[in-house]
Design a protein around this ligand. Sequence first.
Ligand code: NZQ
Ligand code: ZN
Length: 386
Amino acid sequence: MKGFVFQNPTKIIFGKGKISKLGEEVKPYASKVLLVYGRGSVKRNGVYDEVTKSLKENGVTFVELSGVKPNPVLSKVKEGIKIARKENVGAIVAVGGGSVIDTCKTIAAGFYYDGDIWDAFVGKYKVERSLPIFVVLTISATGSEMNGGAVITNEETKQKFSFWTNASYPKVSILDPSVQFSLPPIQTLNGAADAIAHVLELYFDGTPNTLILDELSEGIIRTIISSTETLIKSPHDYDARANLVWSATLALNGINGTGRNGGDWSSHAIEHSLSALYDIAHGSGLAVVFPAWMKYVYKEDVAKFARLARKVFNVSAENDEEAAVKGIEELKEWFRTIGLPVTLKEAKIPEDEIEKVVENASMRTPFGKLKRLYPDDVREILKLCM
Ligand code: NZQ
Ligand code: ZN
């Protein structure tokens, strides 16, 4: 295990009915906020009403930015920065999932930056100042509710890039699992795949002697798998929802990254190119890319891949090589069985456009810790996605 500093400043308020706490949490920071949400689910499931009621009861006024789309875009961020400045808000309230939260983090950072906030995504500006961010989470997937990351697509350049900074952790995130009863089934599955991918990006980064983290990781994945299977049959099972919600947060709130090498993140880099070009859901893209990446790199650390196979999928095998290969198939098969795409074709991505994806990914290559990947490697991984 490597040495590390771990500090996560986000306060989590977890449980049924907890959205009513929002106003009193925001009040010490701001009397006027920018309230940001997506394309309408929060109006249909009553979350918007709960949020605005709590703000009003605490004397917090708000202006709104709605219509944030999945795979959120830079133009929406800029619209938000304009409103936030014009209305001189003191904080941002995100009501939604990763797309809304990341839009808010970027608005909150851009509020204080005179240049183009895209600079933060291309390493020209280090975000050190941000408006306070409050989150009401409505879909579990990204962990954005408890981390300092933001992922935004620049629609003009087709770059889906991220920044990570201590200034962007939400002050408070409210996680009420029952608000996720209204999720379309595919969104629950996308979230499960994303959270598993986060655990595995960290698990497979080549750091030796990380037993406590490995046990934690395997426990999180087993919990995601069993909770998701319960939710497929009973979408309103509160306990399964609660376990999935907290698992997804723990997957990428930093705790699971302690003592490691920073994570591999190659599958995410390749998936972000797919989302940037074809606007597919991040979790679905990962279900396609992750098993292919595993197949391509497992020889770099056969014992670890065999460990995952045995501890998560109960694989029995004569040797590590056989276990590793079986484990990769098990994960792919699980994605397929629950209803996620596992090939480019199933994700409706034209197979004859692989070069476009390689070119897009090459804006960021080389990437990866377990194995350093270059455009030729990305091409081979994409071929394994067919
Ligand atoms: O727009 P609305 O109508 O709200 O619908 C949303 C959206 O269509 C819907 N939804 C959310 N909560 C709902 C609901 N529908 C019914 N009931 C509810 N309770 O779900 C759809 C997907 O929402 P989105 O926010 O896009 O999902 P997710 O949380 O998976 O976020 C994905 C984005 O986050 C990025 C991804 O790349 C992608 O852009 N990521 C962010 C990370 C981070 N900041 O740490 C890390 C991740 O690896 C990831 O890259
Ligand atoms: Zn992800």
